[in-house]
Design a protein. Structure first.
Length: 313
């Protein structure tokens, strides 16, 4: 299976082309092995070119891009850039684990991926992982939802990508809810508290993306998703102030989400879900989401649209 030609210009290209095929045991505590798992799942879910001849419309691309960002920015552990090992105590690494290993296990059940043993964590951890082949109880529902996704996409079907996208986001959300509970229950140390606040806020921001069935294919990610997150850990407020303007605005919004009271956050998310009920609204997600988080004179029309979609029967 080919890949988009534009991939050659991205840092993702290196691991896409050099990560060894998974054989024997899948060790999810090695960066290149998680990326090899993503590559296999992307390549094996394009029957009859349903996502295009070069697979560019495959909705799994965003998970690979996100993991590359975590690796590039030191969010998977202090030594990951040197030896490829992912710290089992990394909160970002744990979050990605639920969005890599759990989909992988579901892909195995759906006949999309080979039934390889999954390695246990190399050390004790504050997070719960698959051990001895047993999936933690809190992640069992996520395996079911991911199986539904892979069953859908592994068979030839209509070219409309949204059914697959909706199924993916349902499974993604099931994983993310487990991650939120886990990172809330642990001490942030040794990770900077500001970074953990950013992670908690990012989980909430992803809830907004879930409700909108945010596109996650190669084209959308390269156009809108590669220059919005910080390229280093956030340790102090001055780190945020030093970010490029576009990234800083996004990080500020994420940090505000993190400290929004639960009751207000859930009400706001409920209203956003109502706005995103229709395909018409979801097709305008970029300007509408921008209007939710930044009220400016130049997006007054989008804010009026928000009210219109909210009030529509």
């Amino acid at each position: 299976m080919g890949h988009p030609e534009e991939l050659a210009a991205l840092d993702l290209h290196g691991v896409w082309t050099t990560a060894a095929e998974l054989t024997g045991t899948f060790d999810p505590f090695r960066f290149e092995q998680r990326m090899a798992a993503y590559r296999l799942m992307i390549n094996n879910t394009n029957p009859d070119d349903r996502f295009g001849a070069d697979n560019r419309r495959n909705p799994l691309w965003s998970l690979m891009f996100q993991h590359q960002w975590q690796y590039r920015t030191g969010r998977l552990g202090a030594s990951t850039r040197q030896d490829g090992r992912i710290d089992p105590d990394s909160p970002w690494g744990y979050g990605n684990y639920t969005l890599c290993v759990i989909p992988w296990l579901a892909a195995v059940v759906a006949g999309v991926a080979p039934a390889l043993p999954v390695a246990d964590p190399p050390t004790r951890s504050r997070f719960r992982y698959v051990a001895g082949g047993a999936v933690p109880e809190e992640l069992a529902g996520a395996v079911t939802d991911w199986r539904a996704y892979f069953t859908l996409v592994s068979n030839p079907g209509p070219t409309d990508p949204e059914p697959a996208l909706l199924a993916l986001w349902k499974a993604h959300k099931t994983c993310l809810d487990v991650v939120v509970d886990a990172i809330t229950a642990v001490d942030a140390a040794p990770w900077p508290e500001l970074e953990m606040t950013f992670l908690r806020g990012w989980c909430r921001m992803v809830d907004y993306l879930w409700a909108a069935a945010w596109p996650t294919d190669f084209e959308f990610m390269t156009a809108h998703g590669l220059d919005v997150l910080p390229e280093s850990l956030l340790t102090a407020p001055e780190d945020v102030r030093a970010l490029p303007p576009k990234v800083r605005r996004n990080v500020d919004n994420v940090l505000k989400l993190a400290v929004t009271p639960n009751w207000r956050y859930h009400i706001n998310l409920m209203l956003w879900k109502r706005i995103m009920r229709t395909r018409e609204a979801r097709d305008q997600v970029l300007p509408l989401l921008g209007a939710v988080f930044e009220s400016r004179p130049d997006n007054a029309a989008e804010r009026r649209k928000l009210i219109g979609y909210l009030l529509r029967p």
